[in-house]
Design a protein around this ligand. Structure first.
Ligand code: UGA
Length: 313
């Protein structure tokens, strides 16, 4: 099959494109290499892909190319391009969030109309829930994002819903829960914690460290995308999580054991836009397209630590 992956040089996009190539598909990847984090990291994410004759890169923003031709003769679309980052979405930066998360999604959906795609998978986020009143959270929980980022991801989900309903675009939105693993973005907790520990520097914890996260290993997220693309999900949002939760303090204890070193911690103020707890109920994704997470947090942390050890050498 022919697949388009947007955000292909990013953390999740690059892993997904590699899996598609491995499974025998042709991939056109689009990425604008925005400088939200080091462009050289994104370049190294696609080194392996660039060696494949079945991979083609379009180096541009989605807002700057002919999306109609991009989606011609394509079977699968994986829309992962986004302005990421919960805590950075306040203030003047919000314009990037509306352009990349809302406008670009609408333009891609518009181009997807009538193309006969077999699936359009759109990356959403656990941040659409906001502060949850029941854990683990199911897809029926009220959606009250507490960060500008979450507001744009929710808007994108709604756009997906109406393009499915009004034009039959076969869209499925997947709500990813704090994804981690090799190539994780450098602004995210696990990457920052391991990198600081390896350099002997203290880590900064926001708040008292008692907040919890459902961390999801990137290979499980890739599995979730592939299963949603090749089975018959409904055109609704689904949770794609790791299925358990841990406090940030306990995560640090686990990292101390895995890295075999002690980690110095500085506690600073809780950050605006951060939710207190996340924990996914993935029952719906399991029953509708067979998703269930396979990797324990410990296994995943070992892999991310090995990758960062090599990177920091
Ligand atoms: C992550 C991603 O950054 C979002 O793009 C994604 O949409 C979201 O997951 C999601 O699940 O929807 P976040 O959960 O904030 O957002 O991920 P991390 O940056 O890994 O933070 C995890 C926890 O560690 C948070 O409670 C945060 O407050 C804490 N943290 C983070 C620290 O205590 N110190 C840090 O230096 C960084």
């Amino acid at each position: 099959m022919r697949a388009v992956v947007t955000g292909v040089a990013g953390f999740i996009g690059s892993h997904l494109a590699e899996r598609l190539i491995k499974d025998g598909h042709d991939v056109v990847g689009v990425d604008s290499f925005t400088p939200y984090y080091s462009v050289s990291i994104k370049e190294s994410n696609i080194e392996e892909l660039n060696r494949s004759p079945r991979f083609r890169l379009i180096r541009s923003s989605l807002l700057g190319i002919d999306l109609d031709s991009l989606l011609s003769d394509v079977d699968l679309v994986f829309h992962l391009a986004a302005q990421a980052g919960v805590r950075a979405s306040w203030g003047n930066h919000f314009r990037d969030y509306t352009r990349f998360n809302v406008e670009a999604t609408q333009e891609l959906l518009e181009a997807a109309k009538g193309k006969g795609l077999s699936r359009f998978v759109c990356a959403s986020s656990s941040s659409v829930y906001g502060e949850v009143t029941q854990l683990p959270v199911t897809e029926e929980h009220p959606l009250k994002p507490v960060s500008p980022y979450g507001v744009t991801k929710l808007a994108a989900e709604h756009l997906c819903g109406i393009y499915a309903k009004s034009f039959g675009v076969p869209v499925v939105s997947l709500r990813f829960f704090t994804v981690y693993g090799p190539r994780q973005r450098p602004d995210m907790a696990i990457h920052k914690f391991i990198a600081a520990a390896l350099k002997g520097q203290p880590v900064e914890v926001y708040g008292d460290g008692m907040q919890t996260r459902d961390f999801t290993f990137v290979k499980d997220v890739v599995d979730g995308c592939m299963l949603a693309a090749t089975n018959n999900p409904k055109s609704i949002p689904y949770n794609i999580g790791g299925g358990s939760r841990i406090t940030v303090n306990d995560l640090l204890h686990l990292l101390e054991r895995i890295l075999d070193m002690s980690i110095k911690v500085t506690y600073i103020d809780k950050q605006r836009g951060d939710v207190t707890h996340t924990h996914s109920d993935c029952g719906l994704a399991k029953s509708d397209f067979g998703y269930s997470p396979k990797h324990t947090l410990e296994e995943g942390l070992f892999e991310e630590a090995a990758w960062l050890r090599e990177l920091c050498d």
